[in-house]
Ligand binder design. Structure first.
Ligand code: COA
Ligand code: AMP
Length: 626
């Protein structure tokens, strides 16, 4: 097949194109309406179709005679466990958990939060919710109670499913006290907290709302799949925006499963029964799309990996997993490759493993430097493919679609637009710019199936954040350009979102918390270059005139504050006290300029700057600091 024709058809005849793809899905009621508009006039897919995502991920395969195929491989170097679950076993786990949820009064239309480490029970929980039409919201286990509380208040879950603990490289993290603290902080109180006891020694302080996961499942009957409309929210996934409040991305059901099945085949080139491994976490969109739903819907085996690329126990882990489980295609954040490269620069570990079956390595989530891609190519003779997408889109926007045509990869590029995404580069006025010219990355509406439907409880923010900048387009928040062949290049976020080790974080959130410290008059947080994590946050802090605190003490307190309020995952470690912040005359902090000065990149002093002499002050302070 030819990429160009396939792509063009998807853009010129989207309804025909996606109707054909929808025929690959076992609907309970096939949609008669393919593309329509919701009450806000926003495009939606397959409006009257009825289906169930859990049915498509599990039951269908058993009915088709594949019940004994392996659905999930749980590989946990941190607990030295490898456990495989067939589709039939997954069904029993999920249907009984769903039965347990039903016995607690959960029904279609309710919401549930999942706050779990990388264990199979996290997937069972998501799938059990989907089975009942309960909208799940998975919260990354690295977020602190305060962040969990914000999400509890926004999506008002009837229950929270959690585990006794997660394991980081050097410590056990007891989850239950974090959940209790979050419930204490939140205004909304869930009815129940279902705790999966991992029996690793973590304390599980008892509360009146607790239920033991094991007992709930043991006693429960298996629940059947509940049909839902295509537009029924399968999940809400919170992601960082430009304010302290995270945005609840609402995902539909019918468009999403259609898009995931499409992408498994055409973007990742996966055939059923093969093993797919996305080395991420269920708390991120990658975990939703390519650890849980995508591979299972495509009848692949998915790997649930509880460990790190390095230090669990060393930089050989990824290659061991690929060899042992016959992984065909893998997805990973560039940071993880950089970490492996740092510990094993010559790729000596790679040589110890048989990777002959390994077909492609996809990277995304942050900018991937060419040296990292080249390092992979040098040591493993397979395509290493940089591709681009976001929590909002749920599946890739730009890639080399290896299941369609193996086009050459252009260094530094994230490939061509994926079918359905009419990606354009716009200038400030919203005009499409010429090839080679940098601008704002936007996609003409309608977005393809499976992309965000709205923001949970906040339609105005959805319009403001994504649709109002350029009429008729969805705005990604990224800058970039296209070359004359249509290859897309992403140059970075143009807003205050930063990407730390592939984790998307809001500088506004950090600023709000830092500003709450009694010694802080004002502050600015920017993402500075980091060789391993891509970016890490740096805070410039102006102390209050009467603040009686040493700089080192303030730094220590602020680092603790961010760890406690947002989470260690922010990797927040650097604080620089300054006399004043660079601002425009209208009071806007010049964050991009701060970042560029710190990184030693080119920067422009805008004509609107309040006082240009602040730039020399910053240069001097940064030189001292480094
Ligand atoms: N629960 C609790 N704490 C967590 C956590 C979790 N689920 N995940 C991370 N943390 C903590 C870590 O323990 C660490 O704490 P510390 O500062 O006390 O050491 C901190 O958050 C930063 O974690 P991390 O970003 O994982 O950094 P690291 O230095 O431990 O490891 C890498 C570096 C490169 C190995 C790691 O960042 C990595 O694996 N990156 C790839 C990330 C990825 O796959 N992203 C995919 C998103 S699509
Ligand atoms: P997230 O929503 O966490 O997946 O983060 C999405 C953001 O990560 C995008 O808006 C980009 O800024 C960035 N991103 C994702 N993939 C890439 C990539 N391949 N190259 C550069 N930036 C990327």
């Amino acid at each position: 097949m030819n990429y160009s024709d396939f792509y063009t058809k998807s853009i010129e005849r989207p309804e025909v194109f996606w109707n054909e793809q929808a025929h690959g899905i076992d609907w309970f009621k096939h949609p008669s309406v393919i593309l329509s508009h919701n009450q806000f006039g926003y495009p939606q897919w397959f409006e009257d179709g009825e289906l169930n995502a859990c049915y498509l991920a599990i039951d269908k395969h058993i009915q088709d005679g594949h019940g004994d195929a392996v659905a999930i491989i749980y590989d946990s170097p941190v607990t030295q466990t490898v456990k495989k679950y067939t589709y039939r076993e997954v069904k029993t786990e999920v249907a009984k958990l769903a039965g347990g949820l039903q016995s607690l009064g959960l029904n279609k239309g309710d919401t549930a939060i999942v706050y779990m480490p990388m264990i199979p029970q996290a997937l069972f929980s998501m799938l059990a919710c989907a089975r009942l039409g309960v909208t799940h919201s998975v919260v990354f286990g690295g977020f602190a109670p305060n962040e969990l509380a914000i999400r509890i208040d926004d999506c008002q879950p009837k229950v929270i499913l959690t585990a006794s603990s997660g394991i980081e490289v050097n410590r056990l993290i007891a989850y239950k006290p974090l959940v209790d603290e979050a419930i204490e902080i939140a205004t909304h109180k869930p009815d129940r907290v279902i705790v999966f006891n991992r029996k690793l020694g973590a304390k599980i302080p008892a509360q009146h709302y607790d239920i033991d996961y094991g007992s709930l499942v043991y006693d429960a009957p298996e629940a059947e799949c509940v049909p839902v409309l295509s537009t029924h929210p399968l999940y809400v996934l919170y992601t960082s925006g430009t304010t302290g409040k995270p945005k609840g991305i609402v995902r539909d059901t019918g468009g999403y499963v259609t898009a995931l099945k499409f992408s498994m085949k055409y973007v990742y080139g996966m055939k059923p029964d093969e093993v797919f491994w996305a080395a991420s976490d269920v708390g991120w969109v990658v975990g939703h799309s390519y650890i849980t739903y995508g591979p299972l819907i495509n009848r692949n085996t998915t790997v649930v990996y509880e460990g790190k690329p390095v230090r669990t126990p060393d930089a050989s882990s990824f290659w061991r997993v690929i060899e042992e489980h016959k992984v065909r295609t893998m997805f990973v954040a560039p940071t993880a490759i950089r970490a492996i490269k740092q510990d094993d620069p010559e790729g000596l570990f790679i040589k110890q493993y048989d990777l002959s079956h390994f077909r492609a390595l996809f990277v995304a989530g942050e900018r991937c430097d060419i040296a990292t891609i080249n390092w992979v190519q040098q040591h493993i003779p397979i395509p290493a493919i940089d591709h681009f997408w976001q929590t909002e889109t749920g599946w890739p926007m730009a890639a080399v679609m290896v299941g369609v045509e193996q086009l050459p990869m252009v260094p530094g590029s994230v490939g061509r637009p994926v079918c359905g995404y009419n990606i354009q580069i716009l200038n400030e006025e919203g005009t499409e710019v010429k090839a080679g010219q940098e601008g704002y990355v936007a996609t003409r509406l309608p977005l393809p199936p499976g992309t965000l439907m709205d923001l949970w409880n906040d339609h105005d923010r959805f319009v403001d954040g994504y649709l109002s900048q350029y009429e008729g387009y969805y705005f990604t928040g990224d800058g970039g350009y296209k070359d004359e062949h249509g290859n897309v290049f992403i140059t970075g976020r143009v807003d205050d979102v930063i990407n730390v080790a592939g984790h998307r974080l809001s500088t506004a959130d950090m600023e709000e918390n830092i500003a709450s410290h009694e010694a802080v008059a004002e502050c600015a947080v920017v993402g500075i270059y980091d060789e391993l994590k891509g970016q890490v946050p740096l805070a410039l802090v102006v102390k209050k005139k009467n603040a009686d605190i040493e700089n080192f003490q303030l730094e220590h307190e602020l680092v603790q504050l961010i760890r406690e309020r947002i989470g260690a995952v922010t990797s927040f470690k650097k604080v620089i006290p300054v006399d004043r912040l660079p601002k425009t005359r209208s009071g806007k902090i010049l964050r991009k300029m701060i970042r560029n000065i710190y990184d030693g990149s080119d920067y422009q002093i805008p004509s609107t700057i309040e006082d240009a002499s602040v730039v020399d002050e910053l240069v001097a302070v940064f030189n001292d600091f480094k």
